[in-house]
Design a protein around this ligand. Structure first.
Ligand SMILES: CC(C)(COP(=O)(O)OP(=O)(O)OC[C@H]1O[C@@H](n2cnc3c(N)ncnc32)[C@H](O)[C@@H]1OP(=O)(O)O)[C@@H](O)C(=O)NCCC(=O)NCCS
Length: 135
C-alpha cells in the first residue's frame, strides 16, 4: 500500500469511490472544478492510498488558516480494517499540523457508527455542545 498526494487527474477514480463509500455526503461541492480549487487551496494535504496502482482510499484535508477540516475519509469496502484509513487520516492530520494548525474537525452523520468508531480510535472526541448550522 502506498500513500501519495491527491491530484486532479485522480478525479474520476476518486469520485467513483465516493459513489460507493460516501454517496449521501456528495453534493455540487464535489464537482471537478470545486475539487480542483480545494486541492489548489490546500496544496499536498489531500491524499490517496493505492494498491497495485489502483486508488483504494481517499481523504480530503485542508484548513481555513486557523482550524483543520477533513472530508471524504473513505476506504473501499474490501480493503477495510487493515489500518489504511488510519494511515491516511494520520498523514493528513500531520500535514495540516505542519502548516501550524493544532486542531482538526471532522463531520460525521449521527447514524454512521463505523465513522464514529474510526474517529474515536484516532483520539477524536465527539462534541456534545455544538450543532452544525449550514446555509
Ligand atoms: C471509516 C473508514 C474510512 C475506516 O477505514 P478503515 O481502513 O477500515 O479503518 P482502519 O482499519 O484504519 O480502522 C482503524 C480503527 O478504527 C476503528 N474502526 C474501523 N472500522 C470500524 C467499525 N466498522 N466499527 C467500529 N470501529 C471501527 C477500529 O478501532 C479500528 O481499529 P482495529 O481494526 O484495530 O479495531 C471506512 O470504514 C469507510 O470508508 N467507511 C465509509 C465512509 C465513511 O463512513 N467515512 C467516515 C465519514 S465520518
Amino acid at each position: 500500500m502506498e500513500i501519495r498526494s491527491m491530484k486532479i487527474e485522480d478525479y474520476d477514480e476518486i469520485f467513483s469511490i465516493w459513489q460507493i463509500t460516501s454517496k449521501r455526503a456528495l453534493s455540487e461541492a464535489d464537482s471537478r472544478e470545486n475539487i480542483e480549487r480545494y486541492l489548489l487551496r490546500n496544496k499536498g494535504m489531500s491524499l490517496v492510498a493505492l494498491e497495485s496502482g489502483r486508488i483504494i482510499g481517499t481523504v480530503l484535508a485542508g484548513h481555513d488558516g486557523r482550524r483543520g477540516f477533513i472530508h471524504h475519509m473513505a476506504v473501499l469496502p474490501e480493503y477495510r480494517r487493515k489500518h489504511i484509513g488510519n494511515a491516511l487520516a494520520t498523514e493528513a492530520i500531520k500535514k495540516i499540523a505542519e502548516d501550524g494548525i493544532d486542531k482538526t474537525h471532522i463531520f460525521c452523520y449521527r447514524d454512521n457508527l463505523t465513522g464514529q468508531g474510526f474517529w474515536t480510535s484516532l483520539g477524536f472526541k465527539k462534541r456534545g455542545d455544538l450543532f452544525v448550522y449550514s446555509k
